[in-house]
Design a binder for this molecule. Structure first.
Ligand code: DHB
Length: 392
């Protein structure tokens, strides 16, 4: 065994001892340490970077001291791997003595960290992971992101009213994709549509061509798509090169497929794509305009996407909870996160005090060109949507 592995072994054993005794490692004075478990390398690195930039922007705009305690980030890369996410969360709790955990780009990463948060009684802010059941994995989880059922039902209701009666669903084959597929089907069929075929594609490095050929052969009115953030560009290119647009098959989905970080690179094939989602950089509120401007200024002109908003709002929830507890961490801090209502750049949101999950507006949007750039332009809204996916 080399030294590095032995060291990891010792850290893990120390972690288990602390976790087993349940002794909270939170100091109540000095800086508040926020451990961000993020994918900063690998295929989901762009998502991790958006979350980190959003969280940092909150401090830039609102100051880095909350309830008299300075905020200090401890940021570590999980590489998109659940075992690594769990190990770094343990290190953060045991060695870095973080007061709060946050991040978790993918559902399996949040699920891997859940026991660490529960056993160490560390509040953990879920800033991405959108499978409904994630929130039940730890009583110390608070979700500021979204759920896939929340974002699927909007377009499921819109489609049959707009000439789309038959659909093939195409989703990434893991938690959020399955949630999207099932909740879309349920609401679409209750609204008068029919799902002809449900296709699930691999999460990593998918080649969409054979699946798109299958969609083409089925001749549906539209294909409904869920893909995690960052994967949409390749999908769009293959959608066009396989001639689905020319065959008159429309593209609808959750807003993950036309997310703001990559939308501009997609080109004209994205024009007219209708999605439902909780955030668009084009959301026309003063809060959002100021947020987008400040984000671009701090990030070399880059546009924020819905991951950045979750990082930003996560810090808002933490900041107001710290004010309420007078700087105390642990369970009082968790309790002070529950029930918060505020105006996010995405619109009005609430953390449901019972479920600890986000309640928010879901907008129906169409990709349009505005001042030379592609945007998801909102044209309808379902207000204050609670996660409809629990019990799916
Ligand atoms: C998940 C990840 C994403 O990037 C996304 O857009 C939606 C859901 C997830 O793994 O839960």
């Amino acid at each position: 065994m080399n030294f590095r592995y032995r060291l990891h072994g010792l850290v893990a054993i120390a972690g288990l001892l602390v976790l087993a005794t349940g002794a909270p490692a939170h100091a109540q004075t000095g800086p508040v340490k926020v451990g961000l478990v993020l994918s900063l390398t690998g295929p989901f690195a762009a998502t991790g970077k958006q979350i980190e930039a959003g969280a940092r922007l909150y401090l830039t705009r609102h100051g880095d001291t909350m309830a008299g305690r300075k905020i200090e980030f401890v940021v570590k890369d999980d590489g998109g791997l659940p075992d690594q996410a769990k190990r770094i969360a343990q290190e953060m709790v045991v060695n870095d003595k973080v007061d709060v955990l946050g991040g978790f780009v993918l559902t399996p990463l949040a699920l891997a960290v859940a026991p660490v948060a529960s056993q160490s009684k560390t509040p953990a802010i879920v800033m991405s992971a959108g499978t409904s059941s994630v929130i039940d994995a730890s009583p110390f989880f608070v979700r500021v992101s979204f759920t896939l059922p929340q974002n699927s039902v909007g377009v499921a209701e819109w489609a049959p009213r707009n000439g789309i009666k038959s659909v093939v669903t195409l989703v990434s084959d893991y938690g959020p994709g399955i949630d999207a597929e099932l909740s879309f089907k349920k609401r679409f069929e209750a609204s008068g549509g029919a799902v002809k075929e449900a296709i699930r594609v691999p999460v990593r490095n998918p080649d969409f061509s054979p699946f798109l050929q299958k969609v083409r052969d089925e001749k549906p009115d539209a294909v409904f798509v869920f893909l995690p953030a960052g994967v949409g560009t390749q999908f769009m290119k293959q959608f066009a090169s396989r001639g689905l647009d020319k065959a008159g098959i429309r593209l609808i989905g959750t807003g993950d497929v036309t997310e703001d970080d990559i939308l501009n690179d997609m080109g004209d094939v994205a024009l007219g794509v209708v999605t439902s989602h909780h955030y668009s950089a084009a959301h026309p509120s003063p809060e959002n305009q100021a947020f987008v401007e400040a984000f671009k200024k701090a990030n070399g002109g880059k546009r924020p996407n819905y991951m950045a908003v979750a990082g930003y709002d996560g810090m808002r929830v933490l900041s107001h909870a710290l004010k309420a507890t007078g700087g105390k961490g642990g369970e009082p801090l968790l309790n002070a996160m529950k029930g918060q209502s505020f105006d996010s750049p995405r619109g009005p949101v609430q953390i449901d005090p019972q479920t600890r999950d986000i309640v928010q507006n879901v907008y129906i949007r169409r990709v349009e060109r505005k001042e030379g750039e592609l945007y998801n332009v909102e044209f309808d809204v379902m207000k204050a949507v609670r996660d409809p996916g629990r019990g799916n």
